[in-house]
Ligand binder design. Structure first.
Ligand code: AMP
Length: 184
């Protein structure tokens, strides 16, 4: 049973790597960004609330996100999961710990993808998603450094973080992640 969180700045390649690792290890890929984009495209209440927030690169409120993740985690049918895009605040990380306790999910591993800031901005600008204007990108980076990066320290204190270089050949990075998972 693999219980993974993939962590790192926006644009580091979390989504790409999460998808590869999920396929290789038969895990549920839980991307909170994808869940929100789906809600936006379906025009649900959640989607209507989330759209404006996402377009500005701001964070959807913690209570909303915590609820979505709790519901998703309680329905896992595969041999584990990889969380991608959550937690993004220390409050979310604390809520997630409570959810893990409740669902008896122990031995969680955080894969921390490392990249430098210029590389990230470059990648985000090339990706060209509708919420990827320069202004939005700069806002998302600001939010990352202010609200999300402290999540790494939260997990660092628990001693469950493994660092993997996030820049380079996609397959090399996946191999490095898999090697670290096997070691743990
Ligand atoms: P992502 O695809 O992970 O980059 O997410 C796209 C957008 O969805 C983000 O810029 C946020 O507006 C929103 N979002 C995704 N995950 C979260 C989360 N855990 N907390 C708050 N907002 C989120």
């Amino acid at each position: 049973m693999h219980q993974l969180i993939i962590f790192g700045p926006p644009g580091v390649g979390k989504g790409t790597q999460a998808e590869i690792i999920a396929a290789k290890l038969d895990l549920e890929h839980i991307s909170t960004g994808a869940i929100l984009r789906q809600a936006v495209s379906e025009g649900t209440d959640l989607g209507k609330k989330a759209k404006e927030i996402m377009d500005k690169g701001n964070l959807v409120p913690d209570e909303v996100m915590n609820g979505i993740v709790k519901e998703t985690l309680s329905k896992i049918s595969k041999s584990g999961f990889i969380l991608d895009g959550f937690p993004r605040t220390v409050e979310q990380a604390e809520a997630l710990s409570a959810i893990f306790d409740e669902l008896k999910m122990n031995s969680v591993l955080v894969i921390n993808l490392i990249a430098d800031e210029n590389e990230i901005i470059d990648r985000l600008l090339k990706r060209g998603r509708s919420d990827d204007t320069r202004e939005t990108i700069m806002n998302r980076l600001k939010i990352y450094f202010e609200s999300t990066k402290p999540v790494k320290d939260f997990y660092e204190k628990k001693g469950i973080v493994i660092d993997v270089e996030g820049v380079g050949d996609i397959n090399d990075i996946s191999e490095a992640i898999l090697a670290e998972i096997n070691k743990s």
